[in-house]
Design a protein around this ligand. Structure first.
Ligand code: NAD
Ligand code: USQ
Length: 403
């Protein structure tokens, strides 16, 4: 398959590009490197020493003998260039990772809120309208989020895969209807993913685009067998208060001896997936696209759920690092139930990688190897959901020497 990977320089996009290339697909990455520029803005770097994109691609050619193409295009603002790339490449499939993906960053200030909406909504809409105007019948796989459903809305009822069957009372009795699951976003970032869903529904119905929306949980881990082949291929590891996600942050904090930063009580339950399963799910989704004329296919891309506090305890018990209960900078429920259906991926052959000591250790090893690159002042989350909310002071400002 000829696959265009939008956002292929990022945390999920890079290992996916290598995995699909390794599986014999012909890959081109489109990325404007905005994520690297945000690192410069936030004065922080990936814990792992990610290489410039040209070096990454050269290293992949050396170790695999395979070429991956790259175009530096802004999906949100360079529409004509996007159309030109599509016409030249005529992809069989497009994987869409290219959005601003951090909830805390999206709540940082007015500028970041506006950037997140402008970037994400325009990027998705440009892709859809460009596919229609070029007449390219590529299967689209978009990375959405479990967060579109929100947390706690349906209590202990399992979250379905995208759609909900409801009863509408009429004078002649109840009508059964299938509707898009109500959206309940918890941040400006998550809100953009709910807007994406409406665009997908419209373009699938009106223009018969074939779209799969992958409602992905929090991705943890760093390496895949492909990114581990050469240090120059190493994947990104975000640990800072805006971009670092909870489990990877705890593993990194344990490696540098920083107290584990639990927000509030830690009663928040979330869905998780290992990066190795992310790349496999994308391949499965590309192999099983919906038919033209069908509504978007929604797959819940997650393998397990955990409470934040349970994760902190697991890491603390394994490493001896203490847990710090911090004021929660977000507006979110203190506690929630979360039961998620993921039957479709299981039926399509996904064999879930679940939390295991081996994988946790692999991640802690990576964090320990690069601990000297960590800036402890960047660990505490400082983006607040509303003005005046409290954040924690720095717990430690210097990394203790290695024992
Ligand atoms: P990332 O920020 O590491 O990667 C996104 C990539 O897209 C970056 O390389 C960035 O430069 C590029 N990009 C952003 N806007 C662009 C634009 N306008 N034009 C071209 N390129 C652009 O994020 P990630 O963690 O790899 O996430 C990828 C996707 O998966 C996102 O859409 C995110 O919402 C979704 N997702 C991520 C997670 C997670 O835990 N990381 C979980 C669920 C869903
Ligand atoms: N949390 C802590 N301590 C921390 C960091 C986070 O307690 O140091 C808590 C948060 O308050 C939240 C939970 O952990 O309750 C998850 O936070 P997160 O930053 O790991 O994840 P989130 O903001 O939801 O976003 C991440 C990705 C996003 C993706 C989403 C999937 O950044 O791109 O869409 O996970 S999901 O959560 O399933 O919607």
């Amino acid at each position: 398959m000829r696959v265009l990977v939008l956002g292929g320089d990022g945390f999920c996009g890079w290992p996916t590009s290598l995995y699909l290339s390794d599986r014999g697909h012909d890959i081109t990455i489109l990325d404007n490197l905005s994520r690297r520029k945000i690192d410069v803005e936030l004065e922080v770097e990936s814990l792992t020493p990610i290489r410039p994109i040209s070096e990454r691609l050269r290293a992949w050619r050396e170790v695999s003998g395979r070429e991956i193409g790259f175009v530096n295009v802004d999906l949100a603002t360079e529409y004509d260039r996007l159309v030109a790339v599509l016409k030249e490449l005529r992809p069989d499939a497009v994987v869409h990772f290219a959005e601003q993906r951090a909830a805390p960053y999206s709540m940082r200030n007015e500028r970041a809120k506006r950037y997140t909406v402008d970037n994400n909504v325009r990027a998705t809409h440009n892709l859809l309208t460009a596919l229609v105007s070029t007449g390219i019948d590529a299967a689209v796989a978009h990375l959405g989020t479990m967060g579109v459903y929100g947390y706690g809305w349906s209590g202990t009822a399992p979250i379905p895969e995208g759609y909900l069957t409801v009863k509408v009372p009429t004078p002649d009795g109840d009508l059964e209807r299938e509707i898009l699951h109500p959206a309940n976003p918890g941040s400006v970032y998550h809100m953009t993913k709910t807007l994406d869903q409406l665009m997908f529904a419209f373009y699938a119905r009106n223009d018969q685009l074939r779209i799969t929306d992958l409602h992905q949980g929090i991705v943890w881990g760093t390496q895949t067998p492909q990114t581990a082949r050469d240090e120059r291929l190493i994947n990104r590891f975000d640990y800072d208060g805006d971009y670092g996600t909870v489990l990877n942050r705890f593993l990194m904090q344990a490696a540098v001896g920083h107290p584990l930063t639990v927000h509030g009580t830690g009663g928040q339950t979330r869905a998780f997936i290992h990066i190795r399963d992310t790349v496999r799910c994308i391949e499965i989704a590309l192999e099983n696209p919906p038919k033209a004329g069908s509504k978007p296919l929604v797959l819940n891309q997650m393998t397990e759920t955990h409470r934040v506090l349970d994760l902190a305890k697991l890491v603390s018990d394994a490493t001896g690092v203490e847990i710090a209960y911090l004021p929660n900078p977000r507006r979110e429920a203190d506690e929630n139930d979360l039961i998620v259906r993921n039957d479709r991926f299981l039926a399509l052959g996904l064999q879930p990688t679940t939390l295991s000591e081996g994988l946790l250790e692999e991640c802690t090893d990576i964090a320990a190897r690069y601990r000297h690159r960590a800036d402890p002042r960047k660990i505490i989350a400082r983006s607040v959901w509303r003005a005046g909310m409290e954040t924690a002071d720095d717990l430690i400002t210097e990394i203790p020497p290695e024992k």
